[in-house]
Design a protein around this ligand. Structure first.
Ligand code: NAD
Length: 294
């Protein structure tokens, strides 16, 4: 198994992912552009070395893992990495990035003998802590096979195709997840106003055909208790579903439902701001009803 890695992006997801790597005996050289994030990470994961730049993470590392907000940031961070022979040859983008930009980045790295693998994740902060993330891997067979034991420390890697395939699948997954959260929120709020107990509704739905990750996890753990702390910001979710919508536009598939879902989330983002937890959409929908009824 790969024993030494660089890791860039120590936010909600990166921090618990590195924590699992360190617990598995992997040597990690970690970096984040934000001093606050570096400080919080150093306190949370004392077993990892925090270095002073993106380039330093790659020194002596077999691979550099990225868990960053978007493709533009991934491209700028990759440009900071040293293409020299003694630096990491494999770069693994675990962010939720844009599949076509990922392919273009992989092609641009090939000149320097480096390989880009996309390995975005699903399962949220709780899945990152538990090491149960779904890891959707795109890249060449031999490189992906070499990475699998490392990725298995963080979750369940599944090789889904060539580079970019993981990012495409991840965006489509989040489109489904965003639609489920809106659908379940509208339905629970309607039931509640009719007089049903939301907890009873969820209990029954979770044994019925309406269930989803939203009814099984987001509603009972983050919305009903009023904590809204899933750890996934609306700004990142809206980025993902626009990636999915762009992907859809490159096909002949009619996606009117997806377009409506994205429009609703765009509105929520404009009102709640990018750092609000995505589960706050339920509160936002409820508040809109309250306003309409006044
Ligand atoms: P986050 O905003 O908590 O963390 C991102 C980190 O990247 C921040 O600490 C930020 O300072 C750092 N960063 C930004 N620009 C940088 C740069 N130029 N150099 C170095 N560091 C830089 O985001 P997150 O919730 O951890 O999500 C990370 C990625 O994982 C995103 O692509 C997101 O869509 C995806 N994702 C998130 C979740 C979730 O539940 N939070 C789940 C699955 C996938």
């Amino acid at each position: 198994m790969i024993r030494t890695v660089g890791f860039i992006g120590l936010g909600h997801m990166g921090t618990p992912m590195v924590s699992r790597l360190v617990d598995a005996g992997v040597t990690v050289r970690a970096y984040d552009v934000s001093p606050e994030a570096r400080e919080a990470f150093a306190a949370a994961v004392p077993g990892a070395a925090v270095v002073g730049s993106a380039a330093e993470t790659a020194d002596g590392a077999e691979a550099v893992l990225l868990c960053l907000p978007n493709s533009a940031i991934v491209e700028s961070v990759v440009a900071e990495l040293d293409p020299a022979e003694d630096s990491a040859r494999v770069i693994v983008d675990m962010s939720s990035s844009e599949p076509l930009r990922t392919r273009a980045l992989a092609a641009s790295l090939a000149d320097t003998g480096r390989v880009l693998v996309d390995a975005p994740v699903s399962g949220g902060v709780s899945g990152a802590r538990a090491g149960t993330l779904a890891v959707m891997v795109g890249g060449p067979d031999d490189v992906v096979a070499g990475l699998e034991p490392l990725l298995a420390v963080m979750g369940r890697p599944r090789h889904v195709g060539p580079v970019g395939a993981g990012h495409a699948l991840k965006a489509l997954n989040n489109l489904m997840s965003a639609a489920h959260l809106v659908a379940s929120s509208e339905a629970v709020l309607v039931g509640e106003e009719f007089g049903l107990d939301p907890a009873v509704m969820l209990e029954v739905v979770n044994g019925s055909s309406g269930r989803s990750g939203s009814t099984e996890n987001k509603w009972p753990n983050h919305i009903l208790p009023g904590t809204y702390g899933a750890g996934f910001g609306i700004g990142l979710l809206v980025k993902d579903i626009h990636i999915a919508l762009d992907l859809a536009a490159s096909t002949s598939v009619p996606t009117r439902h997806a377009a409506a879902t994205v429009a609703l989330w765009d509105e929520a983002l404009a009102e709640l701001g990018p750092t609000a937890d995505h589960t706050e959409i339920a509160r936002w929908l409820r508040d809109q009803g309250d306003v309409a009824n006044r």
